[in-house]
Write a protein that binds this ligand. Structure first.
Ligand code: ZN
Ligand code: ZN
Ligand code: ZN
Length: 472
């Protein structure tokens, strides 16, 4: 009898002790450190590529773009084939669009990366500037690539260089009183021939907002130039859209001309549009995007990520960026063919693939430099969980937590970035109540259940990240 009562007392004490411990553990201890910042205000609708020619994303979180080239990809006319072979695996991974380099013949012919355009209608099908094929291949190979992409539901965006031309013949120029390389009357396609009257300075004016590297600077005010770029049914824009079947446009060096040029192109041609306005000033990016009726690359986000991740100051992620001003007109990226300064790349990809805007993945990051399984996991999370507006929950030097608030029944997510050398954990307020959640990256094996008020404790490993959502 005595033994039994001792056992009873022991069990009672054991139970009381442990329920005490448990109560302490489930109390959100650092609640007062959390001051949520609502970053975006909108209905929460999915990112959309916008206008009449664009296809809405099939994913609740919107699409992911891949930049399907880098500077000096192998020459020899094999690149279109290389990209075409990647299409099935990219579609499998959840990529919805590809951005190709300028596809027509440049001054450097078979060695050109395409940013020195001579003939807008020579897709590697005319013997010109020393070769028939472009660096990337033949017109037939390009058409096969685009057809393959479409068969897999992937959109194809063309790189459009409108600021300057290169590879013309020398002519005496009445406006400069000297010889200039502005005679494009001999181009092989015979379409959109140009002369000194189509470049700056000319009889209309002396310059536009910028020129590039001394190349002849195209004048878009000329009716003749406008006709060939977007008015004529056999002009550049409509040929790219209707014959080549491009779905959208990445406009090169848009600092070099006024935003109405892209606006005019978009109103006549349609399709997805993004401009390379290389500037970290958010006001300028927003001004350009609104004036051009186009998305713009989020260089503000790019430079903030560099300072935040490489400078171990994640609080900078609270600063202004284009995607915060207008997520539907921001294309986010971690590196591209011109610039590659972010060292802490996986944190940066975890950031852009969980936040708003249209994220772009750089070919070499995906295919060569980073862990493809981790990238595919982030793309999956983006496509299926990155929904709704954004709330920043916490940020300090080495720690950043944000919440996507979900949309239309999709639960959204909470992303936890840890740039310290230790495991970190923190209580956070969720939109989920008495609900089991899990980390969809597999970096944490916790399966915590949120409290009735929505609070839950999450963790993240050193120099890594976790991304939490409802366990379903
Ligand atoms: Zn002009
Ligand atoms: Zn210009
Ligand atoms: Zn750096």
């Amino acid at each position: 009898m005595k033994k039994i009562s001792h056992l009873f007392t022991f069990l009672l004490l054991y139970f009381l002790f442990h329920s005490c411990i448990k109560k302490e553990e489930t109390e959100p201890l650092n609640q007062n450190e959390i001051i949520p910042i609502q970053v975006t205000q909108h209905s929460g609708k999915t990112f959309s590529t916008g206008n009449k020619l664009s296809k809405a994303s099939v994913y609740p979180g919107g699409g992911v773009m891949i930049q399907a080239f880098y500077w000096d990809v192998p020459s020899g006319g094999t690149w279109w084939d290389t990209v075409a072979e990647k299409i099935p695996s990219w579609q499998q991974a959840g990529i919805e669009s590809i951005w190709l380099p300028p596809a027509t013949k440049g001054q450097n012919g078979a060695y050109s990366m395409g940013y020195d355009p001579t003939d807008y209608f020579d897709f590697g099908n005319y013997n010109q500037n020393g070769s028939v094929e472009t660096r990337f291949g033949s017109k037939t190979e390009l058409v096969t690539l685009i057809t393959t992409a479409h068969n897999y539901g992937i959109q194809v965006f063309a790189d459009i260089v409108l600021n300057h031309n290169s590879g013309g013949q020398s002519e005496y120029n009445y406006f400069t009183q000297s010889n200039t390389w502005t005679d494009f009357s001999q181009i092989a396609s015979g379409k959109f021939k140009r002369s000194q009257y189509d470049f700056h300075p000319n009889d209309l004016h002396s310059n536009d907002s910028g020129s590039f590297g001394g190349f002849p600077d195209l004048c878009h005010d000329k009716t003749y130039v406008q006709d060939w770029l977007w008015n004529r049914s056999d002009g550049v824009g409509k040929y790219y859209r209707d014959v080549m079947k491009f779905d959208g446009w990445r406009f090169d060096y848009v600092k070099g001309f006024e935003p109405w040029v892209v606006k005019e192109w978009n109103s006549h041609i349609g399709g997805f549009s993004v401009g390379e306005y290389w500037d970290s000033n958010v006001n300028t990016l927003e001004w350009w995007a609104n004036s051009a009726n186009s998305s713009v690359f989020d260089f503000a986000c790019y430079y903030k990520m560099h300072d935040a991740f490489d400078g171990n100051n994640l609080s900078l992620l609270k600063d202004d960026m284009m995607w915060k001003r207008n997520p539907f007109k921001a294309v986010t990226f971690v590196s591209n063919h011109d610039t590659n300064i972010i060292y802490n790349k996986m944190l940066a990809y975890a950031y852009i693939l969980t936040h708003e805007g249209y994220p772009t993945i750089f070919y070499r990051d995906y295919e060569e430099w980073l862990d493809k399984n981790k990238m595919n996991n982030l793309i999956w999370i983006h496509n299926y969980k990155a929904t709704g507006t954004t709330t920043i929950l916490y940020a300090d030097n080495d720690e950043y937590i944000a919440r996507r608030n979900g949309y239309n029944g999709n639960p959204g997510l909470i992303v936890y970035l840890n740039n310290s050398n230790n495991w970190l954990e923190r209580w956070v307020p969720t939109n989920w109540y008495s609900t089991q959640i899990k980390d969809f990256t597999g970096n944490s094996n916790w399966y915590p259940t949120t409290q009735s008020g929505g609070w839950v404790k999450i963790q993240a490993p050193p120099k890594s990240y976790t991304i939490w959502s409802v366990n379903q």
